[in-house]
Design a protein around this ligand. Structure first.
Ligand code: MF3
Ligand code: CO
Ligand code: CO
Length: 257
């Protein structure tokens, strides 16, 4: 038994709870629901399953998950006033703490009909995450992860957000190293067995620039273009990787049902 097997067992449980929360939300997110309502459902589900929501009171954040709509890149704050409507594209980002370990994952949701462009943005964002995950094994370097995402996304005509990144995760929400979603092959730290981190590319239909609104949280695209994101928490094994936050229901990307 490797010395990280106990850690991985806990990461598996925390990741599973975060993914199950998104699975539950998948069945509830529809036109007419407010983002505050989504937050409440997530809060209750995590609590009822023995965990805690990591975002709540994290650095002054006052909600239990992030709801990022349309041109919001990340860290959108759930609100009673924002009711989902036809054409909306929503990222819900859930982080659950279970037995002192963190599971962090996000998915996109579409309300009603979607444009070809939005569909394309969502598919490419998801594929960029999966391409990065598929190369993971000991000895692969952090720059290889960034390169995998950036080269694919830019070839498709979209841009990679620079202002936010993935992160080490374990018994802390955010820890070293930063996982950049852009970069050069054969650069940066080498992955090693037992390492646990997130990959969470934020991909814009327009330019990569972002700005943060006056609430201190909501990050939006500067050019108001659409932005999409998916996130998984992963672990490096002896010869590959494990995804801790996969859906047990096969809810991978929209359309889900
Ligand atoms: N879940 C986000 C991430 O992927 C962080 C959210 S921090 C919050 O790292 F405070 F905004 F919730
Ligand atoms: Co994260
Ligand atoms: Co997250």
């Amino acid at each position: 038994m490797s010395d990280y097997s106990e850690k991985f067992e806990k990461m598996r449980k925390a990741g599973k709870l975060a993914a199950q929360t998104l699975d539950m939300l998948t069945e509830n997110i529809k036109e007419g629901i407010s983002t505050a309502n989504i937050d409440k459902l997530g809060y209750e589900f995590i609590r009822d399953n023995g965990g805690h929501s990591a975002p709540l009171y994290y650095r002054g954040f006052k909600k239990s998950l992030c709801t990022s709509l349309n041109h919001v890149v990340c860290h959108g704050v759930p609100s009673d006033d924002r009711i989902l409507e036809e054409g909306d594209a929503l990222n819900v980002d859930v982080t659950a703490i279970l037995d002192d370990h963190y599971g962090d994952t996000s998915r996109m949701f579409c309300i009603g009909k979607t444009s070809v462009k939005l569909n394309n943005l969502i598919n490419i964002t998801h594929e960029s995450l999966m391409r990065a995950i598929r190369i993971l094994k000991p000895g692969v370097r952090l720059g290889d992860i960034g390169y995998e995402i950036q080269s694919y996304v830019e070839k498709e005509g979209f841009s990679v957000v620079r202002d936010f990144c993935g992160h080490g995760i374990g018994t802390k929400f955010h820890e070293a190293p930063n996982i950049l979603h852009y970069g050069n092959k054969n650069t940066g730290m080498e992955l090693y067995p037992g390492m646990t981190f997130t990959i969470e590319p934020m991909i814009n239909a327009g330019k990569f620039g972002t700005k943060t609104l006056n609430d201190g949280w909501t990050a939006v695209t500067k050019d108001k273009s659409l932005s999409a994101q998916f996130e998984h928490t992963v672990g490096i094994t002896e010869n590959g990787y494990e995804i801790f936050t996969e859906s047990a229901k096969g809810y991978v990307k929209p359309p889900y049902l």
